[in-house]
Design a protein around this ligand. Structure first.
Ligand code: PGA
Length: 244
């Protein structure tokens, strides 16, 4: 049976000056031929330079957000064609920090996804519940609604990756139990329009917990924040995925 692609994705968020490039270089060095897809999403300011640093490696590059318009009067924003032009093949959309810091709705995320596909980018679409929603027992309702509204018609394994990121697990060192991750991922798998769309888990993934999480059914990899900034940690996480 064919299974979805396995992906280790690093989200540097608003971290990294030029010196951070050495970490990417070390990562490429430690994984010259990874058996899983590896993706790094640096701040937009580092995209081109990271592309130069990683030239010849198999690590792919992604943006962390894009605008829904192709170009125009949107000061401070970045369009999908600009990301592609800078060397990105992927873009993260609907991360909970975008949803909370910038009030992004799922409808906005869907509009951005269409723009990203038009530019030839693969979208990494994030969904996840808050702790309050989990405590209320409405996790699957919230995630189902986010998925339905954020994913435009036409989402396939060729243009889309979905990441489950419980808001309360992001950057907190807390992770859901393995049973909680399994519940959400099996729900997502059945809700996806294409069963081959890779499903990533994100939220406090680190070298110690990665293997157990990646070994779960319907977990095809991880979207990693803090631990993707250090080559040693992210390298261990990639190895965990390769061996899960
Ligand atoms: P974290 O972030 O690994 O630092 O918790 C994950 C993410 O927000 O993508």
């Amino acid at each position: 049976m064919t299974t979805p692609r396995k992906i280790a994705a690093g989200n540097w968020k608003m971290n990294g000056l030029g010196a951070q490039l050495t970490q990417a270089q070390a990562l490429a060095h430690s994984h010259p031929a990874p058996s899983v897809d590896v993706l790094l999403c640096p701040p937009a300011t580092l995209l081109s330079r990271l592309g130069e640093t990683l030239a010849g490696s198999s690590i792919a590059l992604g943006g962390q957000d894009c605008h829904s318009a192709e170009k125009g009067a949107h000061t401070g924003d970045i369009s999908a064609p600009m990301l592609a032009d800078a060397g990105a093949s992927h873009v993260i959309l609907g991360h909970s920090e975008r949803r909370s810091d910038h009030g992004e709705s799922s409808q906005t995320v869907a509009a951005k996804a269409l723009a990203a596909w038009d530019a030839g980018l693969v979208t990494v679409i994030c969904v996840g519940e808050t702790l309050e929603e989990r405590d209320q027992g409405i996790t699957l309702d919230v995630i189902g609604t986010q998925l339905r509204e954020s994913l435009p018609a036409g989402a396939t394994a060729a243009n889309t990756i979905v990441a489950y990121e419980p808001v309360w697990a992001i950057g907190t060192g807390r992770t859901p139990t393995l049973a909680q991750i399994t519940d959400v991922h099996s729900f997502l798998r059945s809700a996806l329009p294409d069963a081959m769309i890779p499903l990533l888990y994100g939220g406090s993934v680190n070298p110690s917990n990665a293997h157990d999480i990646f070994a779960l059914d319907n977990v095809d990899g991880g979207l990693v924040g803090g631990a993707s900034l250090k080559a040693d940690d992210f390298s261990a996480i990639i190895t965990a995925l390769e061996t899960a």
